[in-house]
Ligand binder design. Structure first.
Ligand code: AMP
Ligand code: MG
Length: 325
């Protein structure tokens, strides 16, 4: 079953194509909005409007190389939310237009579930504990005893990626800030104490940002602050992850989202997993950050659940995006 997925919840417009029966990711291209000063929602929308067609053309050209066209797709899947309305509606429009033009079934999927499910598919894990760390999101998630995803802990304010980006902005580093902070952190071993806030199973990260800015203005070295930011914020996250693992007794652990590319975070995760006898696995970053392939895979899962035999489905396009955009 050939599924095309469209991602547009925030900065990324991505398209992925998966041969779902064999779990083969055939195509995964994206274009990313980058703005050092944060996201201007009007500019974000303009970005998606002016970039979606180039990715769509690439998808069409790819399909040609395997002697197929959009009409050979079995399903169009798109990110229904959570996300930013300005960008979500461009992906939804693109999906709906393809569906109408080629008479294809369409499905809107949950972006967060898509992050988790592609992680499971690519690691082969059956029932892992997840740490989902992106620009806006910081959540510790796993399936509960009823087989439903449950958030065991999360940030009460900003996402960890946004924390890194905001400190990077204060320090005059380019967007995205995470990779630059990781590089600078490698140059230091001088830990400067920072606020460490855990509230039950939730975390608070917003206080770190002004604290770091103040220390920067007081002349602390940037590499020391980058090192301390990583050590503090990752320790906060891993403490809650460890509690969640102890509570649920999960035996597998994966990190998903853009911050998953951070090697220091991965190192801490491996240490915790070793102590707790939990298996750790990672998968290519291309699929851990926002991308179209994960949306295609989630569309397949949801559609399969909705109808046991998807091949019998009539190609009747439907759309239900009101609640999210
Ligand atoms: P996403 O929203 O999942 O696409 O992830 C984007 C976020 O990941 C941005 O806030 C980046 O700063 C952050 N990020 C990317 N690479 C790294 C890294 N190596 N270390 C920390 N954060 C990172
Ligand atoms: Mg995401």
């Amino acid at each position: 079953m050939l599924v095309l997925g469209i991602e547009s919840t925030a900065h990324t417009f991505g398209i992925g194509i998966i041969e779902c029966d064999t779990k083969e990711i055939l195509f995964n291209e994206k274009s990313q909005y980058k703005e050092a000063q944060g996201m201007d929602l009007r500019k974000l929308q303009e970005f998606h409007v002016s970039n979606f067609d180039s990715i769509l053309i690439k998808a069409k050209e790819f399909l040609k190389t395997i002697n197929k066209d959009f009409s050979d797709l079995d399903l169009i899947s798109f990110s229904r939310g959570p996300g930013i309305g300005n960008s979500l509606k461009i992906g939804a429009l693109c999906a709906k237009t393809l569906s109408i033009k080629y008479n294809l079934p369409i499905i809107g999927v949950n972006h967060i579930k898509a992050h988790l499910e592609i992680g499971k598919m690519l690691t082969g894990f059956k029932d892992p504990m997840f740490l989902y760390v992106s620009g806006v999101n910081t959540q510790i998630i796993a399936k509960d005893e009823f087989g439903k995803y449950k958030i065991y802990g999360e940030t009460e304010d900003i996402g960890i990626g946004n924390l890194f980006d905001s400190f990077a902005r204060d320090a005059g580093l380019d967007f995205p800030g995470g990779p630059k902070i990781e590089k600078l952190a490698l140059k230091s071993k001088n830990y400067i104490e920072l606020p460490y806030t855990i509230k039950g199973m939730n975390v608070s990260l917003a206080g770190l940002s002004p604290n770091l800015k103040q220390k920067l203005n007081n002349g602390e070295k940037i590499e020391d602050l980058c090192y301390s930011l990583q050590e503090t914020s990752f320790a906060i996250l891993m403490e809650v992850v460890e509690r969640a693992i102890a509570y649920t007794k999960k035996k597998e652990f994966i990190i998903v989202g853009g911050v998953a590319s951070n090697k220091r975070l991965e190192q801490m995760a491996k240490e915790i997993c070793k102590i707790r006898h939990v298996e750790y696995n990672s998968f290519p970053m291309e699929y851990a950050m926002d991308n179209g392939a994960m949306i295609a895979w989630q569309g397949y899962i949801d559609r399969k659940k909705a109808k046991n035999n998807i091949k019998d489905l009539k190609p009747t396009p439907y759309i239900n995006i009101e609640s999210n955009i």
